[in-house]
Design a protein around this ligand. Structure first.
Ligand code: DGJ
Length: 317
């Protein structure tokens, strides 16, 4: 079957169509790579925005071999319609899903930020599947380290250990929490990073990656759906000490992260040292039409540089 749409370039900020010709619904997303295929998981926001939020539809998955043309694999963790108490009831919040594979248990493990409509529940939910494209079975949610947990990501290290990185203490601090060997819970061991001490002045949207033994984290400030300046830090050990370096963006609109908010840093599989910065350009009045901003991320020693490009391809990396 011939794909309806053939994308040849990354066009940040433009509507990005899947292979059926429909706008990709994978906001706040992350990517898992396996055997030549990338799997992009994210929030499906394909319904009407109300008061800057939408009813949960679920977590979408798309697959691609070239990072440009994405096949819709469906909603792999759907909303739960008929149980008002359920974390995934449509009236609640489910954001920033990330998936990693546990080689020991042969299980795909998804964590996501689950919340009440007013964002006061602030929990981390976990779901599992034995197939990358799901369906995922929801296991429940926790308040990691007995604290609130909002924006989050996962990071799997070379040694198989995995971490939940999440905003906590009312978005004043970033916690790096060790996951148990099966990745289904936190161990209770964690470190506190970037402590801003005052509610809602810390960092959101953590994206953590590693290059040549050095860890990097990119975060945003805390301005809801509005863009702000990204900041990055580097460390030799995942629990720090972390050195805050600054904004990786340069050029026009650098102070607004090119009108976007980071969500993930994607290592390009066959190009060691080449990374793609993945971000969301939120449209708070019509969240389903929030666009994606993917840009080449240059890594040079401890320095990260992100420049705007209207259109680019992997050959330019
Ligand atoms: C900022 C977060 O990064 C987003 O994921 C979302 O929760 C919005 N806040 C909601 O205002």
């Amino acid at each position: 079957m011939t794909a309806l749409t053939r994308n040849t370039h990354f066009c940040p900020g433009e509507t990005w169509l899947d292979t059926d010709g429909k706008p990709i619904q994978a906001h706040g997303g992350g990517v898992l790579y396996e055997n030549g295929t990338y799997y992009w998981f994210g929030e499906n926001k394909d319904n009407d925005t109300r008061n800057e939020r939408i009813d949960i539809i679920g977590v979408s998955c798309y697959s691609s071999r070239d990072l440009l043309n994405w096949k819709n694999e469906g909603v792999v963790l759907p909303a739960v319609q008929d149980d008002l108490q359920h974390d995934l009831h449509p009236g609640k919040v489910a954001e920033r899903p990330k998936v990693i594979y546990n080689r020991t248990t042969k299980t795909y493990v998804m964590w996501l930020h689950v919340d009440s409509a007013d964002y006061l529940a602030a929990r981390a939910g976990v779901a599992v599947s034995d197939k990358v494209t799901g369906p995922y079975t929801y296991l429940g949610s926790i308040r990691p380290n007995n604290r609130d947990s909002r924006d989050m990501t996962l990071f799997q290290d070379d040694d198989g250990r995995a971490y939940l990185i999440h905003s906590s203490d009312w978005n004043s601090v970033t916690l790096i929490s060790d996951l148990t060997d099966d990745y289904l819970s936190t161990t209770g061991h964690y470190s506190r990073q970037f402590d801003h001490e005052i509610k809602n002045t810390g960092r959101e949207s953590p994206a953590l990656f590693k290059h040549e033994g050095r860890y990097f984290i990119i975060t945003s400030g805390t301005t809801g759906w509005f863009p702000n300046a990204a900041e990055y830090a580097a460390a030799d050990s995942i629990h720090g000490p972390w050195r805050v370096i600054g904004n990786p963006c340069v050029g026009d609109n650098a102070a607004l992260t090119f009108h976007s908010q980071d969500t993930f840093v994607l290592p390009v599989a066959d190009k060691p040292g080449k990374f793609i910065f993945m971000a969301d350009r939120w449209n708070k009045d019509d969240l389903r039409d929030s666009r994606y901003v993917w840009l080449p991320l240059e890594v040079n020693g401890e320095q990260l540089t992100l420049k705007w490009s209207d259109s680019w391809s992997l050959n330019e990396l």
